[in-house]
Design a protein around this ligand. Structure first.
Ligand SMILES: NC(=O)c1ccc[n+]([C@@H]2O[C@H](COP(=O)([O-])OP(=O)(O)OC[C@H]3O[C@@H](n4cnc5c(N)ncnc54)[C@H](O)[C@@H]3O)[C@@H](O)[C@H]2O)c1
Ligand SMILES: [Zn+2]
Length: 370
């Protein structure tokens, strides 16, 4: 049996790029870059201290076989590396290595590596090519597609960055086998979100195949990466720079999710866990307004649970609604005092509600509490 593989395109005119998805695709990295004419002769591979021992050798071999000179650097694994300091280290690595405009950066790792290396690519020499080789589920279905790159600042997450599209995304689903279970499950939060905001058939596929997906059966997990990338790519193509109100739909579950992460303290929840609870709470808001059916709320909660994600807010946290509301206001989704939410209408469709009151949020938080 040939292993599962498929290919999509992110349609952005002259900035369009392919997403290659499949089991065992990493060995074809160099050849695919060569075919696309990326990187001249020289590429700089950026990875992290967890991913490098697992996949750097294969990536480097593939690049060398395609005729590239590959120079390699591993940053320390973890969110703390999305910093100005690590970025500066990356600039030194690139400049000492004699980087030129025709070279490329390959980001081999999760969203941290992708966001940081992508921002280095966007800014070094006013911008060079880069390639995303995502190795976490979050990076395969979310961060590697869409061109948002950047780092954190002491004043908040992702405050410094640029839109900079990659030339190629190559997702080898085999690399998910070494990913800690909790990281895989966390990624399922964004996957379920994609089904709710855009695609009822995709949501049904997740309901049907969730066990095979979590077991990383190649075709099942391949279809997940394909399905989610297709949805994210369509949203990005319609609203590349988040100015048309379409990309905002990707924030479903994130208004309350971000607030939970910030009030509980970063690290208390995985992002996907906070988003899962946020989707449940947003669903409750929609239920209260009779915008969406109870049956769909039940399906949403059931799928989230089966994926191994939480559906309830710890009570002590839910009771701190003042802090949660304040965090939501800081999270830039407020216009003219009222909170903006992405609310579900049915599985497969959402709308923006710009007039949500604090009282409604408090009730939804209470209902979603454990
Ligand atoms: N740019 C965007 O549009 C966008 C979207 C979503 C998230 N993000 C960002 O992405 C980051 C989160 O990404 P993430 O969840 O991939 O986190 P991550 O990059 O920190 O990876 C999670 C952990 O898994 C390890 N790891 C990665 N691949 C592995 C593998 N195959 N086997 C074993 N271990 C592996 C990493 O070393 C790390 O410890 C956040 O900084 C977030 O802000 C960006
Ligand atoms: Zn998210």
């Amino acid at each position: 049996m040939t292993p599962f593989s498929t290919r999509l395109t992110v349609d952005l005119g002259e900035r369009s790029y392919p997403i290659e998805i499949g089991a065992g695709t990493l060995g074809g990295l160099g050849a695919r870059m060569k075919r696309l004419g990326v990187g001249g002769r020289r590429v700089f591979v950026v990875s992290d201290t967890n991913v490098a021992p697992l996949y750097a050798a294969e990536a480097t071999r593939s690049l060398q076989e395609a005729g590239y000179t590959a120079t390699f650097m591993a940053i320390r694994a973890g969110e703390e590396s999305k910093s100005l300091e690590t970025l500066e280290g990356l600039y030194v690595f690139l400049l000492d290595g004699g980087v030129s405009r025709s070279n490329a950066i390959v980001a081999l790792g999760g969203g941290v590596v992708g966001d940081l290396a992508g921002f280095a690519a966007a800014t070094i020499l006013r911008g060079i090519d880069f390639v995303q080789v995502p190795t976490t589920l979050v990076s395969m279905v979310d961060s590697s597609v869409g061109g948002k790159t950047g780092i954190n600042h002491a004043k908040g997450k992702n405050l410094i960055g640029a839109f900079w599209q990659p030339r190629l995304v190559l997702a080898d689903t085999d690399s998910l086998r070494t990913l800690p279970r909790g990281e895989l499950v966390s990624g399922m939060g964004e996957v379920i979100k994609h089904g709710v905001i855009r695609d009822a058939a995709y949501f049904e596929f997740l309901e049907k195949d969730i066990d095979r997906i979590l077991a990383l059966e190649p075709e099942a997990i391949g279809r997940v990466v394909e399905g989610s990338c297709r949805i994210k790519a369509a949203v990005v193509a319609a609203d590349e720079r988040e100015t048309a109100g379409v990309r905002e739909h990707l924030n479903f579950g994130h208004t309350i999710g971000h607030a939970l992460e910030s009030v509980a303290g970063y690290g208390s929840f995985r992002h996907g866990e906070a988003v899962a609870i946020g989707m449940v709470a947003a669903g409750r808001l929609a239920l209260r307004r009779a915008l969406w059916p109870q049956a769909d709320q039940d399906r949403l909660e059931r799928l989230i649970e089966r994926a191994g994600l939480p559906v309830r807010i710890p009570r002590a946290l839910a009771q701190n609604s003042a802090a949660l509301l304040q965090a939501m206001r800081i999270d830039k989704k407020v216009r003219d005092g009222a909170l903006r939410f992405v609310l579900p209408e049915r599985i497969g469709a959402v709308r923006i509600a710009g007039d949500i009151t604090d009282k409604e949020v408090r009730s939804a938080l209470e209902e979603a509490a454990a």
